[in-house]
Design a protein around this ligand. Structure first.
Ligand SMILES: [Zn+2]
Length: 336
């Protein structure tokens, strides 16, 4: 069986003709398999959704229920037969519940990895390497300039700054699903035991992470009025990117604006966003993780999607691996 007969791109997303299902479709379809809960991958309105229980829970929290006609939970490693196509979910290490989806028929295995990373992350199950014939990889940070430093080093910079400027608040921008909880957990792992103040937009998902056994320590609402402004002197506050855009962070005393994203590698981008303390913490694979993972899967063919496809396609060609960009529209990951 040829790979493009097993999976191909359609305007709605990645489609499996024999199985008659889509992976992470951007438009409502009859049958969707969903890799993870970020909003560009997990949309509401499908006839049926197959995803991990945590991804289903996260979709329910974000969209309300019912968000699909029917839902079915996939455990990691469990095999499903969809019209003669074998489907299995494997951990992707991206955010809580995130999965790669392996699709097999007639001795051919394609792995759609969704978004993934290899750096250890205490808030989700680690990436599992799945040997395959065709590997579909993201390329969000698919340029050699993108190399993510160890996340604890980045968190250490916040903690040193907090010690150096005890009267100032540190306001960290982080995506609501995954990044925020990872930053909180990293602060705890680095010994920070004071309350951490969170924007209201982070409350539901942070409570869900806790319910799944991710310890986050004491969290307090970051609610400021004139009488309490001084209470935030020296505090660490976390809010979603949108809150930064509306200048929410300026409510806090003499705030030092921090932002946690792989894009913070680009100084100009940090400066344009008014970020004083950029933190290079990403939930996506960096260049080395992308190229190492491609090699380790043993795939003879690679399809590259959402991001900087050209550089990674070129790297594959130089490494003797057939590669092509998979032109899927509509992905602009909310969790970089
Ligand atoms: Zn994502």
């Amino acid at each position: 069986m040829r790979a493009r007969d097993l999976l191909r791109s359609r305007p709605e997303g990645l489609y499996c003709p024999p199985g008659d299902f889509f992976i992470d479709p951007i438009k409502p379809v009859d049958r969707a398999l969903i890799t993870h809960g970020h909003s560009d991958h997990a949309r509401s309105g499908h006839g049926s959704v197959l995803a991990t229980q945590q991804t289903l829970d996260i979709m329910g929290l974000r969209y309300g229920t019912p968000f699909a006609g029917t839902t079915q939970a996939a455990a990691f490693g469990e095999t499903f037969d969809l019209n003669g196509v074998r489907v299995t979910f494997h951990p992707a290490g991206h955010v809580l519940g995130s999965a790669q989806i392996a699709v097999e028929r007639g001795g051919l295995r394609i792995v759609a990895s969704g978004d993934y990373k290899r750096q250890p992350d205490p808030t989700c199950v680690a990436f599992e390497l799945v040997p395959c014939d065709v590997f579909i990889t993201e390329a969000t940070f698919g340029l050699p300039v993108f190399r993510h430093p160890p996340d604890r080093e980045e968190i250490g910079r916040v903690l040193r700054s907090a010690t150096q400027f005890p009267e100032r608040s540190h306001v960290i921008g982080a995506y609501a699903l995954g990044k925020a909880q990872r930053v909180i957990r990293l602060l705890r792992d680095c010994g920070y035991d004071r309350p951490i103040y969170i924007h209201g937009a982070l409350e539901t998902l942070s409570a869900y992470y806790r319910s799944q056994g991710v310890e986050l320590g004491r969290l307090e609402p970051a609610t400021v009025d004139r009488s309490t402004k001084d209470d935030f002197a020296g505090a660490i506050v976390i809010g979603p990117p949108a809150a930064f855009a509306d200048r929410w962070s300026r409510r806090f005393p003499d705030p030092i604006s921090c932002f946690a994203s792989g894009w913070m590698r680009i100084r100009q981008r940090a400066r344009q966003g008014g970020v004083e303390l950029p933190l290079i913490i990403s939930d996506h694979a960096d260049w080395d993780e992308l190229t190492d993972t491609i090699k380790e899967t043993g795939a003879s063919e690679v399809w590259v999607t959402h991001g900087r496809e050209e550089a990674l396609v070129r790297w594959c060609e130089l490494a003797g691996i057939a590669a092509r960009p998979l032109h899927l529209v509509g992905y602009e990951d909310e969790g970089d």
